[in-house]
Ligand binder design. Structure first.
Ligand code: HEM
Length: 388
């Protein structure tokens, strides 16, 4: 007799608007629960995720029937063991802390300066669209090597893929749009690949070519980087700015150098995690406590929930830069730990936030519009209207 995980029902629309009330109940009452509306078993406690994410022989990343593999090709995030490690090693010269500080940092600063110089001419706007989006796109163009792509196109194709891989209800128009986005990326890669073969640099396109990865591997990994590397920094930049403007005493504490801009980013991303979930497939029968897992069950590791675990954080439901964040799992907790983590910390904590507040000292949230967040797999503010 098998003990299946307990069942917990969510209202998909409400879960998308705000997943946190359901996640709080799940952590407290059913930390491993099957959610029929998502056709997946959710693991919501931080220490369970932290432990079982590393058990890759059971909780496998190899998901040939998953939406990401079907729509974007088989990238490194959908591989285990050696085949994952080979590709991860190949891109290390693009994503290492050394490359980030020695090469990307200055380029990110130049991009931020350029965007801010044009923003200064205006007196207000939406920080998602006018600052966070173009800066993330510019950074991603540089890091991927797709410098032939327009900023708006980078944002469009990233969003289209994110929507496609979170399309659990199977909406055909979302799938169609996602395919158009991946086609656009393929066209941009084909257009610029020769120049990377002739003049390689530290970009993801160049380092994969130099490591001898196949065309299929290179294209799939570039799509992966775009799906994860545009929306998340965009949402984190705009969201952290909103949090700091909403809690001015914490902004002041940073300006007085009691805390850093990186503290603000990391606390925001703990509180409202830009990536709330990473999926796995059960590779073989397994038991946790009394709960049986069957081969091919779909598992969602709920990072956004783990980041608010009452047993791991003093003040889990608040934005509080002073609290201990050593237990955060914003970037994951296993072999697939975000490849762009150092890049993101540099872009957001060392460039985007300090430069914005230095250039626009009178930055204020617009009093007439409310900031709303959406999403549970990927979560961010719809817009952050400000004046300056
Ligand atoms: C705020 C910014 C970001 C957040 C919160 C974030 C979060 C994550 C998370 C949660 C994962 C999955 C980890 C797991 O399953 O264990 C991941 C994987 C990944 N991220 Fe990020 N990410 C961010 C920015 C970026 C950027 C800027 C890039 C590229 C330039 C990037 C590239 C990747 C790649 C390639 C993987 C797959 C790594 C692997 O399979 O080994 N991410 N990210």
């Amino acid at each position: 007799m098998l003990d299946k995980p307990n069942i917990y029902n969510v209202n998909q629309k409400e879960f998308w608007i705000d997943p946190y009330p359901d996640l709080q109940i799940l952590r407290k009452e059913l930390p491993i629960a099957y959610v029929p509306e998502l056709n997946a078993t959710l693991i919501t406690k931080r220490n369970l995720i932290f432990k079982y994410e590393k058990k890759v022989d059971v909780f496998s990343s190899d998901q040939p029937d998953g939406l990401m593999t079907k729509l974007m090709g088989e990238n490194m995030m959908r591989k285990d063991g050696k085949s994952h490690l080979n590709e991860r090693k190949a891109i290390f010269p693009s994503i290492s802390p050394k490359t980030t500080m020695a090469i990307w940092h200055k380029k990110f600063e130049d991009a931020a300066e350029e965007i801010l110089n044009s923003l200064k001419k205006k007196s207000g706007g939406d920080l998602v669209r006018d600052y966070a989006m173009p800066l993330s796109a510019e950074a991603l163009k540089i890091v991927t090597g797709l410098t032939n792509m327009e900023r708006d196109e980078m944002d469009r194709v990233s969003q289209g893929m994110i929507d496609g891989i979170a399309n659990y209800s199977g909406d055909p128009s979302i799938e169609e749009n996602c395919k158009k986005c991946t086609t656009s990326i393929d066209l941009h890669i084909s257009e610029i690949i020769k120049s990377h073969q002739e003049n390689p640099n530290n970009s993801l396109l160049s380092t994969q070519l130099m490591a001898g990865l196949t065309d299929q591997q290179i294209r799939a990994n570039i799509k992966l980087a775009i799906s994860g590397g545009q929306n998340e920094p965009r949402d984190a930049i705009a969201g952290t700015v909103w949090a700091l403007l909403s809690y001015p005493s914490q902004l002041k504490a940073i300006q007085n150098e009691e805390f850093t801009w990186l503290d603000a980013f990391e606390e925001f991303a703990r509180w409202i995690s830009p990536i709330g979930m990473s999926p796995r497939r059960v590779a073989k029968k397994y038991k946790i406590g009394t709960i049986d897992f069957l081969e091919n069950e779909r598992i969602f590791l709920m990072f956004g929930s783990g980041n608010r675990d009452e047993d791991c954080f003093d003040d889990p439901e608040s934005f509080n830069i002073a609290q201990d964040r050593s237990n955060t799992i914003t970037f994951g907790a296993g072999p697939h730990f975000c490849a762009g983590a150092w890049i993101s910390r540099c872009l957001i904590g060392q460039v985007a936030l300090p430069k914005l507040f230095a250039h626009l000292p009178n930055l204020r949230l617009s009093s007439t519009s409310k900031v709303e967040f959406r999403g549970w797999a990927f979560r961010g503010p719809l817009e952050v209207r400000c004046t300056w």
